[in-house]
Design a protein around this ligand. Structure first.
Ligand code: SF4
Ligand code: SF4
Length: 392
C-alpha cells in the first residue's frame, strides 16, 4: 500500500464536519468505551490518528468508519473534547465523496450553495418536463372538471422515466460500490482475483446486514447498561417506510398511481398509508432531534444531515395531499401538488443515492461484506503473504 501522506487531509475533513480531531492526543479512552470496536478494528482512535498524519490511502482501504453507528459513547468520555464520533461521521461523508465518480458528493458535502443550486436545478428540470409535455400535447391532457391524474401525468410515461432515472442512479451507486471494494480488498488480495465462490458464500453477510442493521443494537445510547434498541427500531421503521415506497414506485407504479377510488381495505391504500405514516413520524423525529441537539449524534449537523429527513417529510406530506385532493375531486390542487411532489422526490434521489446520507444504507453492509471476504481469503490462505489485520 502507498505510504504517501496528504498534509491537508485534516483540514479537508473539517469541511466534511470533523470538529475537534486536531485536539486528539491518542489516549485511546474512546476506543476503550466504544461498544462496537474490536482488536482488528480499534476505532475511533486509529481513524483519528490516520487522519492526523494524512494517511489517505489507509483510510480509503479501511472499513472502520462504516462499522461505527454513531452511538456517541466515545464523545462523552474524551478528555480533550475531540468529538471522535463526529470525526467518524466526517470520514463517512469524505469516503462517500471519494467513492462517487461524479464529484457531486464532494460539492454537496462541502458547499451549501452547491446544495441549493443542485436542488433548484433538478426541480426546474422536472417542472420544464411537465410544462414541455403539456405544451407539446396542446394542453388537452389537463382535465379540470374532474381529477384525471393519469391523463395529466400518464402513468406508463412517468414509470418509464422513473425507471430510466433509477437506472442512472443505480449505475452511480454501483460505481461507488466497486471503487470502495477495490480500495478495501487491494491490501489483502494484492492484485490476485478473489474467486467468485467466496463472493457468493459471504453474500448472506451483506443481505443480513442490509436488512437488519443489527450491529446498531450493540450501541448503548444514553443508558450504558442497556442496548439502544429504540433508535435501531426507529431506523428500521424508516427503512421499511421508504423501501415500501421505492418498491411501489419502481415496481408497481402502474398499479399505485391510479384514478380509481379503492375501498379502505384495499392494499393500494394501506401500503401507501403505512409508508406515509412511518415516514412522517421518523423524519419528524430526526428533525426535532437535530433541532433540540440533546442526543450526541444530533449535536453537530451539516446541511446534508437536514436534507434527507426534510425530503422524506416533504415527499410524505405532498403525497398525502395529492391523495386528499384527488379524493376531494379538486383537479388543479391535485396536479400542482403532484408536480411539487415529483420535483421533491427527484431532487431527493439525485442528491442522496450514492452521494448523500442515503449512501450509508449500501456502504455499511458492504463494509461488513468486504470484511467477511477478507476473512475468508485469509482463512483459506488464498494469498500466501497477505497484509496484517487492522489498520492501526
Ligand atoms: S479522541 Fe479523545 S479519547 Fe479518543 S484518543 Fe483522542 S483524546 Fe483520547
Ligand atoms: S460513535 Fe459509538 S460506535 Fe462510533 S466510535 Fe464512538 S462509541 Fe464507537
Amino acid at each position: 500500500m502507498s505510504t504517501r501522506v496528504d498534509p491537508n487531509l485534516l483540514i479537508d475533513l473539517q469541511d466534511y464536519g470533523a470538529v475537534g480531531a486536531e485536539k486528539c492526543f491518542n489516549c485511546g479512552t474512546c476506543t476503550a468505551m466504544c461498544p462496537l470496536t474490536s482488536d482488528e478494528h480499534p476505532f475511533p482512535r486509529n481513524m483519528i490518528r490516520l487522519a492526523q498524519v494524512g494517511a489517505k490511502e489507509q483510510l480509503l482501504a479501511s472499513t472502520d468508519p462504516w462499522l461505527c453507528y454513531y452511538c456517541g459513547d466515545c464523545a462523552s468520555t474524551c478528555p480533550k473534547e475531540a468529538e471522535p464520533g463526529e470525526t467518524m461521521m466526517a470520514l463517512r461523508r469524505w469516503l462517500t465523496a471519494q467513492y462517487d465518480p461524479t464529484g457531486l458528493s464532494a460539492k454537496l458535502y462541502t458547499s451549501e450553495t452547491a446544495v441549493i443550486k443542485t436542488i433548484v436545478r433538478i426541480g426546474l428540470i422536472v417542472l420544464v418536463l411537465f410544462i414541455g409535455y403539456h405544451a407539446l400535447t396542446g394542453f388537452h391532457n389537463i382535465v379540470t372538471n374532474s381529477v384525471q391524474l393519469n391523463t395529466f401525468a400518464p402513468v406508463m410515461l412517468v414509470w418509464a422515466l422513473v425507471l430510466l432515472h433509477g437506472s442512472m442512479l443505480f449505475y452511480r451507486m454501483i460505481a461507488g460500490v466497486f471503487k470502495m471494494s477495490r480500495h478495501v480488498l487491494a491490501p489483502v488480495t494484492m492484485g490476485n482475483k478473489v474467486p467468485l465462490r467466496i463472493y457468493l458464500e459471504t453474500l448472506p453477510v451483506y443481505i443480513t446486514a442490509f436488512a437488519t442493521q443489527r450491529r446498531w443494537r450493540d450501541c448503548h445510547g444514553d443508558d450504558e447498561e442497556k442496548h439502544d434498541d429504540g433508535r435501531w427500531f426507529k431506523h428500521f421503521l424508516l427503512v421499511t417506510g421508504y423501501v415500501t415506497m421505492l418498491v411501489l414506485i419502481l415496481g408497481f407504479l402502474w398499479w399505485f398511481q391510479t384514478d380509481a377510488f379503492y375501498p379502505l381495505w384495499h392494499p393500494q391504500r394501506w401500503l401507501g398509508y403505512y409508508a406515509t405514516i412511518v415516514l412522517i413520524y421518523t423524519s419528524s423525529e430526526i428533525l426535532i432531534g437535530r433541532w433540540r441537539k440533546t442526543e450526541q449524534l444530533h449535536r453537530f449537523s451539516q446541511p446534508t444531515d437536514w436534507l434527507f429527513p426534510t425530503f422524506i417529510l416533504t415527499g410524505a406530506v405532498t403525497g398525502i395531499f395529492v391523495h386528499i385532493f384527488r379524493y376531494a375531486g379538486w383537479a388543479w390542487p391535485t396536479y400542482i401538488i403532484y408536480v411539487i411532489h415529483v420535483m421533491a422526490m427527484v431532487a431527493m434521489l439525485d442528491t442522496e443515492v450514492g452521494v448523500g446520507k442515503w449512501a450509508h444504507l449500501f456502504y455499511r453492509p458492504l463494509a461488513m461484506y468486504l470484511e467477511a471476504i477478507k476473512a475468508k481469503v485469509r482463512e483459506e490462505q488464498l494469498v500466501p503473504d497477505f497484509a496484517p489485520t487492522g489498520t492501526d
